[in-house]
Design a protein around this ligand. Structure first.
Ligand SMILES: Cc1cc2nc3c(=O)[nH]c(=O)nc-3n(C[C@H](O)[C@H](O)[C@H](O)COP(=O)(O)OP(=O)(O)OC[C@H]3O[C@@H](n4cnc5c(N)ncnc54)[C@H](O)[C@@H]3O)c2cc1C
Length: 471
């Protein structure tokens, strides 16, 4: 085919994969989507990405960008399209400690950004379980969140500049290093969270922050969610907003964790209704240096808040991490979330966001709705509670598509009534299209379609994702 010859000319024969050679790219992390693309190409530069996009556009072949393929909504699924893998665009161009920024290509794996920042005495504060595979272009395109959003914001807030190959092959250079630039529309924000539907991100300028010198980490058994929020707010006040993570594991999560990962143990002798993983961090030397009694002041501060709440009967128990090893075990319990859900089928995954003080109301109302809709169905929840973001997974009693859709609809109803969103951090891809159609403001959908039509009039870029077809 002419297009394959053009691609070979653009990136070299070894970087145009077809048939069985595409096996490593076509199956998503969950094993839920399995594509059959025309080819997978691996360009090594922005010019090569542009050449691939031009060749595909001329042949009317859809273009599907792919990073680490850890996305959870089917965004990289392709049948007959050209998958453009950014894996060879993996150079960290510059780390500039004085300006607190890093300039990197889209195929740089998140963990390498962490390592490069740390080597410069700094921190790249985007942190989640898939950090060993997810790539910069992918996290930007999904506007990924994770465990540190509470303190540092999501990917969107960490980006200063972008380079994007547009659907017609032109390169949009928005590689600003500026913290202020009011010269018209902030175009980079259009491409962040667009899941590859508007262009291919090839490079970015990202912010770095000071590297924490010490962490205070604890697992806490709270009386209920209001008391857990009280803990969060007390620690924020006590530390000047230095809580970095505030994760919620209800009893259904702890029970499943104990079954699947008994090696990780549980923090308490019983399984509490509300287990919280709280972590604060400091970059202040005097808060990080152990005193004469060996205690790290930040840890002592958390201990003091916990003791106060224990005495007031607001929490039942708490365990502090006394060293890095204990801290790692606490995080392993939280980051086992994806692993412990694997194999539990049929499942309806949700990724919802609520105002923090309505999370409890959501859980009560959703469980009540589900008891009526599908008596006997089970749930598994884990949450970035500090952001109001819950991964509330329902396991219906039968693998019936109509029932699964009714479950999703019921959860969306409750979320909407409480002022929440059906999509917090994983994006829309293919799997959330029905929710997008049902729940997104129709005017907002019209505006999205207008933006898409303006930037990609031939519908080349990742078609069929994010925006539901009209009607
Ligand atoms: C174990 C695990 C834990 C996770 N935890 C979290 C979490 O806590 N918080 C969170 O937010 N997410 C989490 N995720 C999902 C997260 O969204 C993805 O891991 C990540 O952001 C996607 O990066 P990727 O490189 O794998 O992108 P991919 O999966 O390859 O792609 C994702 C989407 O972006 C598009 N895309 C990829 N690269 C580009 C590019 N260069 N230009 C334009 N479009 C592009 C793709 O077409 C697709 O639509 C988790 C996933 C796993 C497997």
């Amino acid at each position: 085919m002419a297009i394959l010859d053009e691609l070979v000319a653009a990136v070299g024969a070894g970087n145009v994969l077809t048939g069985a050679e595409t096996a490593a790219h076509v199956r998503d992390w969950m094993g839920k989507y399995h594509g059959s693309p025309l080819a997978v190409v691996r360009p090594g530069s922005t010019a090569e990405v542009a050449a691939c996009v031009r060749a595909a556009a001329a042949a009317g072949v859809p273009v599907v960008p792919i990073g680490g393929n850890t996305g959870l909504v089917g965004g990289t699924m392709s049948v007959g399209g050209l998958m453009v893998s950014l894996e060879r665009m993996n150079r960290i161009r510059e780390v500039r400690p004085a300006a607190r920024l890093v300039i990197a290509e889209a195929g740089v794996v998140l963990q390498r950004l962490h390592e490069a920042a740390e080597a410069a005495g700094l921190y790249f504060p985007l942190w989640f379980g898939a950090r060993g595979s997810a790539m910069l272009g992918g996290v930007l395109s999904t506007n990924a969140g994770g465990s540190n959003v509470l303190r540092y914001g999501s990917t969107r807030g960490l980006c200063l500049g972008l380079e994007v190959v547009l659907a017609d092959g032109r390169v949009l250079n928005l590689m600003s290093e500026l913290h202020k630039d009011n010269s018209g529309y902030d175009l980079k924000q259009l491409f962040i969270g667009a899941e590859g539907t508007l262009g291919i991100i090839t490079a970015a300028v990202m912010k770095l922050v000071p590297l924490p010198l010490a962490h205070a980490t604890a697992m806490v058994s709270a009386r209920g969610l209001p008391q857990a929020l009280d803990l969060l707010n007390r620690m924020q006040a006590a530390t000047g907003g230095r809580v970095e993570a505030f994760e919620f594991m209800p009893a259904n999560y702890s029970r499943r964790l104990a079954e699947v990962r008994p090696d990780l143990g549980l923090p308490f002798g019983h399984i509490p209704e509300v287990t919280i993983l709280i972590e604060a961090a400091t970059t202040v030397e005097t808060e990080a240096r152990p005193g004469p009694d060996g205690a790290v002041p930040l840890v002592a501060l958390l201990e003091g808040v916990l003791a106060e709440m224990l005495a007031a009967g607001l929490i039942d128990d708490a365990v502090l991490a006394r060293n890095e090893e204990q801290r790692a075990v606490m995080w392993a319990r939280r980051e086992a979330a994806a692993q412990i859900a694997v194999g539990m089928e049929p499942a309806v995954d949700t990724d919802v966001c609520l105002p923090l003080d309505r999370v409890e109301a959501f859980l009560r109302a959703a469980e009540a709705r589900l008891d009526v809709l599908d008596p006997g169905c089970r749930q598994l929840t884990v949450a970035h509670l500090g952001d109001g973001n819950l991964h509330f997974t329902v396991f219906p009693t039968r693998n019936d598509p109509a029932l699964k859709d009714a479950v999703m609809d019921a959860v969306e109803d409750v979320v909407q009534a409480l002022g929440g969103s059906f999509s917090a951090e994983h994006g829309i891809g293919l799997s959330k299209l029905p929710s997008m159609r049902r729940r997104k403001d129709p005017v907002a959908l019209d505006v999205m379609r207008a933006v898409k039509a303006a930037l990609d009039p031939k519908g080349v870029m990742n078609p069929g994702k994010v925006i539901p077809a009209p009607g």
